[in-house]
Design a protein. Sequence first.
Length: 434
Amino acid sequence: MIPRYSRPDMVAIWSPETKFRIWYEIEAHACDAQADLGVIPRENAEAVWKARDVEFDVARIDEIEAVTKHDVIAFLTHLAEIIGNDEARFVHQGMTSSDVLDTTFNVQLVRAADILIEDMKGLLAALKRRALEHKDTVRIGRSHGIHAEPTTMGLTFARFYAEMDRNMTRLKTARKEIATGAISGAVGTFANIDPAVEEHVCAKMGLEPEPISTQVIPRDRHAAFFAALGVVGSSIENIAIEIRHMQRTEVLEAEEFFSKGQKGSSAMPHKRNPVLTENLTGLARLVRMAVIPAMENVALWHERDISHSSVERNIGPDTTITLDFALARLTQVVDKLVIYPDNMLANMNKFRGLVMSQRVLLALTQAGVSREDSYKLVQRNAMKVWEQGKDFKTELLNDADVLKALSPEEIEEKFDLGYHTKHVDTIFARVFKD
């Protein structure tokens, strides 16, 4: 991923230095387990740890790989250069390359998930704070982009909190599913390596042994992992789209914080554009881009092929780095989002009481008017608001057919905003559970 959309902690997980360090730890722990079993001499296992504090030479490994055309062999050759050929002769005993590559990839994904989970904690905290701050800030709810009925800005933040809370569960589930390792040798039969080695290595690397591997860890786990990340990306876009709509000039119920010295357009000095949430919409597309390839990686030939390898070398770092950046950016947007309550009220009143139509409809039916006739009565007055700019309540009060069923006082009562917010506390208790 390009530096513009990257944060250093997540990038570090995918660096060659980190990858080779994990490879080394897997090989060293495997040697310890082999020594415990009496398969290799203890002194050879201990000799491997001589490289514990060594910085592996990435350029040298690349140089060897240019000849061997095999990345794991290149690394093992470099390790032997460091600790000595004789000392290294039992390294990788009974193992196959996928034991190292797959276990490492899962270690990296687990570490990435840990960062994403921390990111999500920060976003949830910001959403909850803004929800409580604007619990009673009334705004119009919209369906199909058209005014529907009143809601509150707090409920908007609360529903995004609930969605991201579900995503937190998804991330934790994805982390658990991906946290497996395999040190099972060629085609996964343990013919040349004891299962105890796998158990030891996995325990040291913070993983669970894969119950059954072939020569690779099953890729349905990875498909589920990247699918979870894709859902998080879609939820990010869901919030971003709402903010972008609220920032439209004709709406302006909220806008991204516009910092001192910031400029919105090279041509038009007046512009204040929703650039961060537009950026988040694009980043969400990149995150979701990994989902289909990850699912297509599930189907491999027999016990192993490497059709998944090139895919994962890309989607592993790119997707986690992008999502990490996007979650951090969204948290910043939510935290500093500027809310305009007066504009919310002005927008809600733009069509002069029209948003109370359902209350009047229900009142008429409760007064004994058929639903069909009630609908016609309300709609004919509502259309005058749409088409002639009339005031909805005034039209109702002047409609003799409506007045046959409802008194003026009953009509007046149907325009009480508090009616629409009376259950906000109940919803908040459900969402925040405290």
